[in-house]
Design a protein. Structure first.
Length: 335
């Protein structure tokens, strides 16, 4: 069996990881036109002391070097750049505005086109109330993550941020795909992000790395905000797609059915054996059904499941590991 090491702990954290594909489920919004009329909005009670923000994102058009891709923004009546995540295409800069203070977190940010990446921002006020720690990680290969530290900085409270630092939440207007020069307004064509976003969630506490890894499966909703149908207003030509989480009924009636040939997908079950070379997928509440359903959604071919400790491992049909006897285990292979 292979297990993934999780050793880094973060206080404020902006993470880039899981390059490639994302889970099939979730509410996905896409903007494919650089027009100020295309944006998504909602009111948001923004956490400013302890926060976790995670989302999947895919850049779909980076052809115009003059385009500034403002992915997320939050504004107050007095601070229009209260919060912002943006990519300056011309200078390959990735910037984050935090409570009105702008930070360039990378001078050589070069995202892959049409590749899903999972981002997390975690904020935790120091016990001295003097500021926040800020770290950036980049990883790859969802659902098994490999991490790289790309930025590490302590953000002190300044005159511009002190008015917000004593609060726990601040009322904001929250916008996806555009910057705000005024609340829900002041949009410009060249400040519109072109891409797709999915599984966007806010939590009112700072989570650790292993918990962030669990969030990447799009099964956990934020206690402050969760992007799903009906909680945001779509403007202009924003497109939407919603694939709900798999339930037991859906697994039996729809997920297992292969519509292309109108047959049933079938796993051969081999008890008491275990195949090496597969990758572990962690569940908060493990079960054979959950393991099989996630495998089907991610088009895997092989599964190990240990009944005693709930370990679920997956493979995509290209592994070369061998089978061995393992009491309490079941190996499944897609026929």
């Amino acid at each position: 069996m292979e297990f993934w090491e999780k050793s880094l702990v973060f206080c404020i954290l902006l993470i880039f990881y899981c390059r490639g594909e994302k889970p099939a489920i979730g509410y996905t919004l896409t903007n494919d036109r650089a027009t100020k009329d295309n944006w998504v909005g909602s009111y948001l009670n923004f956490p400013v002391r302890d926060l976790t923000l995670c989302f999947w994102y895919k850049f779909t058009d980076l052809s115009d070097i003059e385009q500034d891709h403002n992915i997320l923004s939050a504004a107050t009546p007095s601070t229009t750049n209260f919060f912002l995540i943006r990519f300056f295409t011309r200078f390959l800069e990735l910037d984050v505005d935090w409570l009105g203070q702008m930070m360039t977190v990378s001078h050589s940010f070069s995202p892959d086109l049409n590749i899903w990446t999972y981002y997390c921002l975690t904020v935790s006020m120091r016990t001295s109330n003097s500021g926040w720690d800020f770290k950036i990680m980049e990883g790859a290969n969802w659902p098994h993550l490999l991490w790289t530290l790309v930025f590490d900085e302590y953000v002190r409270i300044t005159d511009s941020t002190s008015s917000y630092a004593s609060a726990e939440f601040v009322n904001t207007t929250f916008v996806i795909f555009s910057d705000q020069d005024s609340q829900f307004g002041g949009f410009e064509d060249h400040q519109v992000a072109l891409g797709s976003i999915s599984c966007l969630n806010f939590w009112s506490r700072a989570y650790m790395e292993n918990e962030l890894t669990e969030f990447s499966d799009c099964l956990s909703e934020g206690d402050v905000f969760s992007l799903k149908p009906g909680v945001v207003t779509l403007h202009g030509g924003i497109s939407e797609e919603y694939v709900p989480p798999v339930t037991t009924i859906q697994l039996i009636t729809t997920t297992i059915r292969e519509t292309a040939w109108n047959g049933w997908q079938k796993f051969q079950k081999i008890p008491e054996v275990w195949k090496s070379g597969l990758f572990e997928y962690q569940f908060k509440v493990p079960s054979p059904l959950a393991c099989v359903s996630i495998c089907l959604m991610n088009q895997c071919k092989e599964i190990n499941y240990c009944i005693e400790d709930g370990i679920c491992e997956m493979g995509w049909g290209n592994t070369t590991g061998t089978l061995s006897n393992y009491a309490g285990a079941v190996y499944y292979v897609l026929e």
